[in-house]
Design a protein around this ligand. Structure first.
Ligand SMILES: [Zn+2]
Length: 268
């Protein structure tokens, strides 16, 4: 397989502390053409910019995850703004959004942090990566208001909401979850996504696809996610990888060099 584009990864995670350099060095040889390190806090953004700077096929984002909204300090969005402007590797604002999954979340604080970062993305003309869990109603209301260029990542909502997200002109990202036996809902949503709006991601180290479910995930495993999506769409797996790679490059504004698509070793 070639042209694997991992649109959402967390290689800064502790799970990679022992062997991060080896894992990353091995990926291009397994067909991985590009990976985006998605950031969850100011500190994470700093680390990811440093890490992305070491590899010419790795890009990153600046953003504050809703789950950590209670840790967000006054002025953190202007910190993110500075960081986003500090490196050409920063290609999006994310991950941002709403997460009402765990008890004790601060709804108002999450909404404020989300909207402030949507404003930042607009100001910098960057797309956004949306994380939304158990918060579909508030998320959709805010997205209808701001109409950002963006992706709803690790999509976990219904096919109806997928249709609405597509109508807003956004992309939808799917993880290894679509390979799980109980993935009916995700597969129904996947069926609603047009070819040019589909992105694949790992969300690694989490969400490893079958047959690796429960293990530490890395970008090469997207081949299994792609095989499942291709089966559903009646496509060849490589053709689906080529298509989602083109989508990822368009989404993140990564230049395509002519002929590069057929050779994963060629630099972007
Ligand atoms: Zn993530």
């Amino acid at each position: 397989m070639r042209n694997i584009f991992d649109t959402h990864s967390h290689y800064g995670d502790r799970a990679f502390d022992d062997d991060r350099a080896e894992v990353l060095a091995g990926l291009p040889g397994k067909g991985v053409r590009c990976a985006v390190l998605v950031s969850c806090s100011v500190k994470d953004t700093e680390n990811n910019i440093r890490l992305a700077g070491e590899y010419d096929w790795i890009y990153t984002t600046a953003g504050f995850h809703p789950e950590y909204a209670s840790d967000a300090e006054e002025g953190c969005v202007s910190e993110l703004r500075k960081l986003a402007l500090s490196s050409p590797d920063v290609r999006a604002i994310g991950e941002i959004g709403l997460d009402y999954h765990y008890e004790g979340y601060d709804r108002e604080k999450q909404i404020k942090l989300f909207c402030d970062q949507l404003e930042l993305a607009k100001e910098l003309s960057l797309p956004v990566i949306i994380h939304s869990r158990d918060a579909a109603e508030d998320t959709m209301r805010i997205l209808r208001e701001y109409r950002p260029e963006g992706v709803m990542h690790c999509f976990s909502y219904s096919a109806e909401i997928a249709k609405e997200v597509i109508k807003l002109g956004m992309y939808i990202g799917f993880t290894g979850v679509i390979t799980f036996r109980n993935a009916k809902k995700a597969l129904k949503a996947l069926a609603e996504v047009p070819d040019d709006r589909l992105l694949l991601e790992t969300d690694c180290p989490y969400m490893a696809p079958e047959p690796y479910r429960g293990r530490r995930c890395d970008s090469s495993m997207i081949a299994h996610t792609a095989a499942r999506a291709a089966e559903l769409r009646g496509m060849d797996t490589q053709a689906l990888l080529d298509m989602t790679c083109r989508n990822g490059m368009r989404f993140y504004g990564i230049e395509e060099k002519s002929g590069a698509e057929n050779n994963h070793e060629e630099k972007l």
